[in-house]
Design a protein around this ligand. Structure first.
Ligand SMILES: C[C@@](CO)(OP(=O)(O)O)[C@H](O)COP(=O)(O)OP(=O)(O)OC[C@H]1O[C@@H](n2ccc(N)nc2=O)[C@H](O)[C@@H]1O
Ligand SMILES: Nc1ncnc2c1ncn2[C@@H]1O[C@H](COP(=O)(O)OP(=O)(O)O)[C@@H](O)[C@H]1O
Length: 284
């Protein structure tokens, strides 16, 4: 193994609440959402090459040229080249653990971890703000993973205010349905008129504005939430399909995971105010 090789976690995120306050002319929605990270995620391995090629090991379900990891790598390489900086090639491999299209941000987190790790391998010539500007071109959720702190996000997710949120153990359940973010945001019945958060937003009502519509369109999500709510306060993350329930201890969360109906998948993880990718790369 090359001594410069890196293995970095791409953590899951939860949207602890998600309010939709409007829609921009380009169709994107204005959100107010509270992000936190989990100590569970995909694991990406970066191994420098002798030549200048970026090689990504195949991942089930996504063609390599569409993979956000590859697209992030190419974007960063171009940014380095535009500055006249030479970079080495890298082999990238992934242990994919996060459900795709599940609302836990796996693709965005993979993209952000790729930007952070390659930037580190290539000498940290770009700042975190410059990486976030590249990241927003790949997805609305990428900047929060570049920022690396639990955050209240506004705009389409790029205006970030770092905040510490109380930490819990979460049981995250994937009801095994794939939900398209674009389809939820494009649906005529989606509410888009939530009032902006008050100054003391910590004490305001917290909800996910996509949840009622997604429950109506996908009965498995409704069933999942009804089941989780028997045990703990529960909500959907992002545009679904994953739902999460908050517990005070790992044991309490694991006890409920053991009862999970076999048709669903779940995992237990602790929330983190700092991304484990930043911790691994010494960025905190
Ligand atoms: C809703 C959120 C909340 O965290 O999470 P997910 O459920 O997808 O994880 C995000 O804002 C999703 O971010 P991300 O998954 O990066 O979305 P993008 O690829 O940028 O956009 C996918 C599609 O969703 C719509 N979209 C996305 C974000 C936004 N603020 N308004 C939108 O209308 C657009 O139609 C866009 O074409
Ligand atoms: N590395 C990746 N991991 C996951 N999804 C990816 C990746 N690269 C591209 N995608 C595409 O992005 C879509 C959304 O992925 P994901 O981030 O898992 O969803 P969500 O934002 O709902 O959590 C997937 O359905 C897939 O087509």
């Amino acid at each position: 193994m090359n001594s410069c090789a890196l293995s970095v976690i791409a953590p899951a995120k939860l949207n602890l609440f998600l309010h939709i306050t409007g829609r921009r002319d380009d169709g994107y929605h204005e959100l107010e959402t509270l992000f936190t990270f989990l100590d569970h995620g995909d694991e990406l391995h970066f191994q420098p090459r002798q030549d200048s090629r970026l090689e990504l090991a195949p991942m089930n379900g996504v063609a390599n040229e569409d993979n956000l990891i590859f697209r992030a790598g190419e974007l960063l390489r171009q940014a380095y080249q535009q500055r006249g900086l030479e970079v080495c090639g890298v082999n990238i491999d992934i242990d994919k653990r996060l459900p795709m299209g599940g609302g836990v941000g796996g693709g965005s987190s993979d993209a952000a971890t790729t930007l952070l790790a390659l930037n580190s391998l290539w000498g940290n010539k770009l700042s975190l703000d410059e990486l976030a500007e590249l990241g927003i071109q790949l997805g609305a959720d990428v900047p929060v993973f570049i920022g690396g702190s639990s955050a209240l996000a506004r705009g389409v997710g790029e205006q970030l205010q770092a905040v510490d949120v109380p930490q819990h153990w979460y049981l995250v359940v994937h009801p095994q349905v794939h939900i398209s973010t674009a389809a939820v945001f494009g649906h005529p019945d989606l509410p888009r008129d939530s009032a902006p958060l008050p100054q003391q937003w910590q004490h305001a009502e917290h909800r996910n504005d996509c949840e009622a519509l997604v429950k109506k369109l996908y009965s498995e999500v409704e069933k999942t939430l009804q089941w989780l709510l028997k045990y703990a306060p529960s909500r959907m993350t992002g545009t679904g399909a994953c739902c999460f329930a908050a517990f005070d201890s790992e044991r309490a969360a694991l006890d409920v995971l053991e009862k999970l109906p076999t048709e669903w998948q779940g995992f237990v993880a602790k929330s983190l105010n700092q991304s484990p990718a930043h911790t691994a790369l010494g960025l905190n």
